[in-house]
Ligand binder design. Structure first.
Ligand code: SF4
Length: 702
């Protein structure tokens, strides 16, 4: 029997410590359980985290593949890497920015850092981002604008200290089960309460003391109605606002009448009063993709931060706390060189650019001048330009991005390199497939949503023809630039040390963290500038408040509700929204067999189903948007308001329908609402664009 190995769950960003035991013979994990010594979870773990780690569904990639005569066929690593390098070199010989790189919040810090070093320092491309922009970029942008830094102020230690827990546009009961246990426990205390703001009923709503069922896409209107009511009631924390904030007068002048804004949100003024009153107690506001995935995601997240600022709910036991989805979204922000250089160094600052170029041993003028577009803009550039090469790492844009018909068409028109542990919709399109290690098979670190770094370790040997993400990146990098990548394999500890050294003196200082320290303490929260320092609640110290803004004050905002990006009309009279299910995560690639998915199940209010009865055939209908049509099974559900259609985010067909417009400040796409109609399914069943029974093709690539 192998010994249990202490590591960290990489299924979600709660960051639970796990003990993993490898199988006695062969490759894989035999047993996984929560680690009672780990300071984050003290032995707790959720079913999904354990199951998807131990025994994931989906087909593992076990050897490199290349496309020959239209088919993916096995090849050697030498040939696969050789092809990747030659296509990249030939693109670089022609032009800069001919290669796009799409990374992931599911890589270790080490792999994300090396991918950024390769993309920015070796390729010098603008066209580089991670899928984290698809889920939490609006929250990040809001934190930067309000606080001058992207770190959420609270930590998990604040959860039991709060009385009011407001969950806004999120479903942590299924998204973040271990953290939700702490929220639910605190909310069930005598002074506690749980308020959930969501257009639809959910597992979190089931536990709520109050469900605020606003109209889809009106979160900003509701937040500003509550702000206006707080000002009207005289509940502003004057001393805090006076001493530590700026922009309050502009905010106050911009506020709507609460009654008018409540009407826009489709709620009563009583609901607005309820929220305003609740915030007089110590309050934590948590939010997720229901807020962030909107053309007004940043403005809405700013308004939620404003609610905390105006009521003085900023300090231990209170504050704005965005719920990060992917395990290493936070680490990606610190180390991946997307919007900032490692350690949140400003992208366009010449001194920081010199520092980074020196550390990487690359010419500073090779670094791109700007950080480039987000994933939607990158796909647009591939489609319009087109770029020569696109390299995806641990991400599945053909299922996870909005308007996936357009994504599929764009990626089919370029040389696509797909690096992944599992066969995905994106892998199916690739020209070269690089089989990567997954959790329990590789070494590194991960950073959870409260900024805590902990080790991930291998509890089993790697299958012979599979490599870690970091090793694959190093193998390519060492051929392209042996100065930046001296070795064809990556040493995780040396890579972590290089990353930490580059963050010294920055707002996200990791220089006091080392593998030795993590082995001793299991988890360390940044900023940690010395070997015994650890970050706590951000922006408040024994000396008072310090915000890293020019004025040292936190900033209020004035964004106003602008309406739905694609409102319903005569042709598409309903609104589609999406949400999580308990039995899957992200694009569901660890909980389904590729190409064998059942039809998606659409929750529809019984009244809406009855009104559109001519569009139903034996419980099925076709949902149509301006981009595609998807056949679904209808589940009548009065937890969904009339006029709304709800689909799970995890099904690969769902993003055929969604809208690829983005928040102009965060680049996060407006996935949460689009206009749709229903029509009766054709007979016989049309061919699917995925080879699944769930999709009917009206987009150009179907
Ligand atoms: S809550 Fe998240 S990190 Fe914890 S065990 Fe579950 S999936 Fe893993």
């Amino acid at each position: 029997m192998t010994e249990p190995v202490p590591t960290t769950c990489m299924r979600c960003a709660v960051g639970c410590g796990l003990l993993e035991r490898g199988v006695d013979t062969g490759y894989g994990l035999a047993r996984v359980r929560g680690d009672t010594n780990h300071p984050v979870n003290r032995g707790l773990a959720c079913r999904r985290g354990v199951d998807e780690t131990t025994n994931p569904a989906g087909e593992r990639l076990t050897r490199p593949l290349v496309r020959e005569d239209g088919q993916l066929v096995p090849t050697s690593w030498e040939r696969a890497i050789g092809l990747v390098v030659s296509r990249i070199e030939s693109s670089l010989a022609d032009r800069r920015d001919g290669v796009a790189v799409l990374g992931s919040g599911q890589q270790t810090n080490e792999a994300a850092y090396l991918l950024g070093k390769l993309a920015r320092g070796v390729l010098g491309t603008r066209y580089y981002d991670a899928n984290t922009t698809l889920c939490m970029a609006s929250a990040v942008t809001a934190y930067y604008e309000a606080f001058g830094s992207d770190a959420p102020p609270p930590t998990y230690e604040d959860v039991p200290e709060a009385d009011t827990h407001v969950v806004w546009g999120a479903n942590p009961a299924v998204g973040h089960p271990v953290m939700y246990r702490w929220i639910a426990d605190s909310a069930s205390e005598p002074d506690g309460e749980l308020i959930v703001v969501d257009p639809v009923e959910s597992e979190t709503v089931d536990d709520a003391d109050c469900h605020v069922q606003l109209d889809p896409g009106t979160d900003l209107a509701l937040a500003r109605a509550v702000l206006a009511r707080i000002v009207e009631r005289g509940d502003v924390d004057g001393p805090f606002v006076e001493a530590h904030t700026e922009g309050f007068d502009a905010l106050r002048e911009s506020l709507p009448r609460p009654e008018a804004a409540a009407a826009v949100a489709g709620v009563s003024t009583g609901v607005v009063d309820r929220l305003a009153e609740a915030m007089s107690a110590p309050t934590l506001i948590y939010w997720g993709m229901g807020v962030n995935q909107s053309v007004q995601g940043t403005d809405t997240a700013r308004a939620l931060i404003d609610l905390c600022l105006v009521t003085g709910n900023l300090g231990p036991g209170t504050g704005p706390f965005s719920l990060t989805g992917q395990a290493n979204s936070m680490g990606t922000r610190v180390c991946s060189s997307k919007g900032t250089w490692p350690g949140h160094r400003p992208f366009d600052d010449p001194v920081h650019r010199e520092t980074v170029a020196d550390a990487w041993d690359v010419p500073v003028d090779r670094l791109p001048d700007d950080s480039g577009p987000g994933p939607v803009g990158i796909v647009g550039a591939i489609a319009d330009d087109p770029l020569d090469v696109c390299w995806t790492v641990a991400t599945n844009p053909v299922a996870g991005m909005p308007d996936t018909g357009r994504v599929r068409e764009a990626l089919a028109g370029t040389f696509l390199i797909a690096q992944d542990a599992f066969r995905t919709e994106t892998v199916e399109l690739a020209d070269v497939v690089l089989p990567a290690a997954t959790w329990g098979e590789s070494e590194g670190t991960v950073t959870n949503m409260e900024r805590r770094i902990s080790r991930v370790r291998a509890a089993t040997d790697l299958a012979p023809k599979v490599k870690s993400d970091a090793d694959i990146i190093a193998a390519v990098g060492s051929v392209l630039d042996s100065g930046a990548f001296p070795d064809p394999t990556a040493d995780p500890e040396a890579t972590f040390d290089e990353l930490c050294a580059l963050t010294a003196g920055t707002p996200a200082d990791l220089s006091g963290v080392s593998y030795d320290r993590l082995d001793r303490e299991l988890a360390v929260r940044w900023p940690a500038p010395t070997p015994d320092a650890e970050g706590g609640y951000r922006y408040v110290t024994d000396d008072g408040w310090t915000f890293p803004t020019e004025s040292s004050r936190a900033a209020f905002s004035t964004g106003t509700h602008g309406g739905l990006a694609e409102p319903p009309d005569e042709e598409y009279p309903l609104t589609l929204t999406t949400g999580r299910r308990p039995d899957a995560y992200n694009t569901g690639i660890r909980s389904r067999e590729l190409g064998d998915e059942a039809e998606p199940i659409a929750r529809v209010h019984p009244e809406t189903a009855l009104e559109r009865i001519e569009s139903l055939d034996r419980g099925r209908t076709v949902i149509t948007s301006r981009r595609a049509s998807v056949t679904v099974t209808v589940q009548p559900d009065d937890g969904v308001p009339p006029g709304l259609v709800w689909l799970p985010i995890h099904h690969p067909a769902v993003n055929e329908l969604t809208l690829p417009v983005v928040d102009p400040r965060s680049d996060e796409p407006n996935v949460k609402q689009c206009a749709v109609g229903l029509r009766a399914p054709d007979r016989p069943e049309p061919e699917s664009s995925f080879g699944t029974p769930g999709v009917t093709g009206t987009n150009p690539s179907s």
